[in-house]
Design a protein around this ligand. Structure first.
Ligand code: LIP
Length: 260
């Protein structure tokens, strides 16, 4: 794929993520007060907006790049040599409950490697973007991970979902606490990883997360000078994987803490 073809995909992904984010924001602000919750599984929320936004993103990408593949959290798809991997709303639980902490996540994977990662948080109006080898940005300004190298000074977000055994989560959380880390959990793995890239926190770990949740944000960390585990393996595309994204000097202690 040529330099121009890749750059066009970055620019298009940024524009599409923002258009999709504006739709998510509209739906969030116009929702009625009656709580109508639907679930795909235990603690796995499904909203009409997820499907609506994913359809919009798929349409825009197919119009711009008809030969690329598409895989979305809601509608699935196929993993081809050049494929877009999309989470229309990462942080669905918070979106569904009226908490403004979610984002649109779009990754472009070519020959098995993430080449473009774009996240847009429509409530904060923050566009995170990265192209492999070209750095990472937040609203157009270069970002980099923090310089924290001491776990006792670190903030570590430890994500969880019923996809991983809760006792294992508690085991890792206890180890992180024993290291002196400030341990937190929010509800969007994508934003949690993006905040590591922006230096707002020092690590994001999760025992299991799906490719569409994290692929884009993992590239942000790589391009912002951080370290990540080998997340997007061939198996990850189908089955997900554990994820560690952090400042480089926290790698060893976090890999140890995440062994279960
Ligand atoms: C979410 C992930 C998060 C995980 C949540 C959920 P969703 O994705 O980003 O890391 O802990 O349970 O899976 O469902 O909001 O797209």
């Amino acid at each position: 794929m040529t330099e121009v073809e890749m750059q066009l995909r970055l620019l298009a992904a940024c524009a599409i993520a923002q258009e999709a984010g504006y739709l998510v924001r509209r739906r969030f602000l116009e929702r009625d007060d009656v709580l109508k919750l639907k679930f795909k599984g235990p603690q796995d929320y499904l909203t009409e907006t997820d499907a609506e936004v994913e359809k919009l993103i798929a349409l825009r990408l197919s119009q711009a790049f008809p030969d690329d593949g598409f895989f979305g959290e809601e509608g699935g798809g196929a993993f081809s040599e050049s494929v877009w991997i999309v989470d229309p709303i990462d942080g669905t639980a918070d979106f569904a409950r009226g908490i403004a902490y979610f984002c649109v996540s779009i990754a472009f994977v070519h020959q098995g490697r993430t080449q473009i990662g774009v996240l847009y948080d429509p409530m904060a109006d923050e566009l995170f973007a990265a192209r492999r080898g070209s750095g990472a940005t937040l609203n157009g300004r270069a970002i980099k991970v923090s310089a924290i190298d001491d776990p006792r000074q670190s903030v570590v977000e430890l994500g969880w979902s019923p996809r991983a055994p809760f006792p294992d989560y508690l085991k890792v959380a206890t180890r992180l606490n024993d290291l002196g880390a400030g341990v937190k959990r929010c509800g969007s793995g994508a934003l949690g990883l993006a905040y590591v890239a922006a230096g707002r926190q020092d690590a994001y770990c999760e025992l299991h997360i799906n490719a569409w949740d994290a692929a884009a944000a993992v590239l942000l960390i790589e391009e912002a000078g951080g370290w990540t585990n080998d997340f997007l393996t061939a198996a990850c595309l189908q089955h997900g994987n554990r994820v560690i994204g952090c400042t480089p000097k926290l790698r060893d202690v976090l890999e140890e803490a995440m062994r279960v």
